[in-house]
Ligand binder design. Structure first.
Ligand code: ATR
Length: 296
């Protein structure tokens, strides 16, 4: 029940109408007995600083920040978590004494999704498709979680190169390599036992996203022979063509919905200090999938 004690959280974005976050947080609040409501806030371009000050003045408990404000919001924060600073993007604001502290829960969210889906990172050789902001954050996460080799494949090699240089400088070794997207064949290797080398592949481009669901970055079957697990960060549609291609070649495939869920769960845990059980996470996940399916 909304009453005099109700706390407010929300998401700053533009557009914001497609967001799944109110569903996630309002369900969590109901199930954990927290007197909290979560609403979307469409922020005009250029007003994110006013929004942060306004959120503090209105006693908001916390906020999420989505496209296009994840970097723009940083100058208006009182504190920033080191991981968010390294990634250069903030998606969660937590109220502190004199303002807000910024966090990035997208990458910890992806990692928790990997764990839930049984996808191992430590010691793994991983391919990242794409070199935008999301790919950059993924490269930072993989380096931090102990991947043994990271190869970034991108149409524009220079963009991949700049991510690789940055992560390698941080790692202190040549952990990240780059490759033009069209040259994936050079990754094929026959192992000592005669089998072919396979990789975990993270699809971090926007290709295949709704409404262009028929698109896929690489359609060549030979590429999918290099894939033991494909993780598409796109969550709409739930089943992408990339995932389909991976599955057709006998690989395991996952989509981005669980990452979306866990970035929300981690934000909720930061705001409330409550730990969300796997059971409740799975319940919210089902609700989210249902909402995503009904969207179209
Ligand atoms: P985000 O910040 O969300 O990651 P982005 O910066 O626009 O988004 O990055 C999108 C990524 O998808 C880029 O790596 C882009 O490749 P380029 O760096 O060559 O532009 C990739 N991408 C998008 N559409 C593509 C297409 N049709 N073919 C190949 N790559 C594509």
């Amino acid at each position: 029940m909304i009453n005099g004690h109700t706390r407010t959280c929300g998401v700053f974005g533009n557009p914001v109408e497609h967001t799944q976050s109110p569903l996630i947080h309002n369900h969590l609040a109901e199930k954990t007995g927290e007197n909290l409501v979560y609403v979307p806030f469409r922020i005009p371009q250029g007003y994110v600083g006013d929004a942060v000050r306004g959120a503090f003045a209105l006693n908001l408990l916390g906020c999420n920040v989505t496209v296009p404000f994840k970097s723009d919001v940083i100058p208006y924060l009182k504190q920033i978590d080191p991981l968010a600073e390294r990634i250069g993007a903030v998606n969660t604001l937590v109220r502190v004494e004199d303002g807000f502290k910024g966090y990035n829960t997208d990458m910890p969210g992806l990692y928790r999704a990997f764990e839930r889906d049984g996808v191992k990172i430590k010691g793994e050789e991983v391919l990242i498709l794409g070199a935008g902001g999301v790919a950059r954050a993924v490269a930072v996460l993989l380096a931090e979680k102990g991947a043994s080799r990271i190869v970034i494949l991108n149409r524009t090699v220079d963009k991949a190169r700049s991510i690789a240089d940055e992560v390698n400088a941080y790692a202190g070794r040549k952990l990240v390599e780059v490759l033009p997207l069209s040259e994936y064949a050079s990754l094929g290797e026959t192992l000592g036992d005669g089998s072919r080398k396979k990789y975990l592949v993270i699809q971090a481009t926007s290709v295949g996203m709704h409404p262009k669901v028929e698109e896929v970055l690489i359609s060549d079957k030979a590429f999918y022979e290099l894939v033991h697990t494909g993780y598409d960060l796109i969550f709409n549609p739930i089943q992408t063509r990339f995932m389909e291609c991976v599955q057709k070649n006998g690989g395991r495939a996952f989509g981005g919905a669980r990452m979306l869920l866990y970035q929300g769960i981690i934000a909720y845990e930061l705001w409330t200090g409550k730990k969300i059980s796997d059971e409740l996470a799975d319940e919210v996940y089902e609700k989210m999938l249902e909402a995503l399916r009904n969207k179209r």
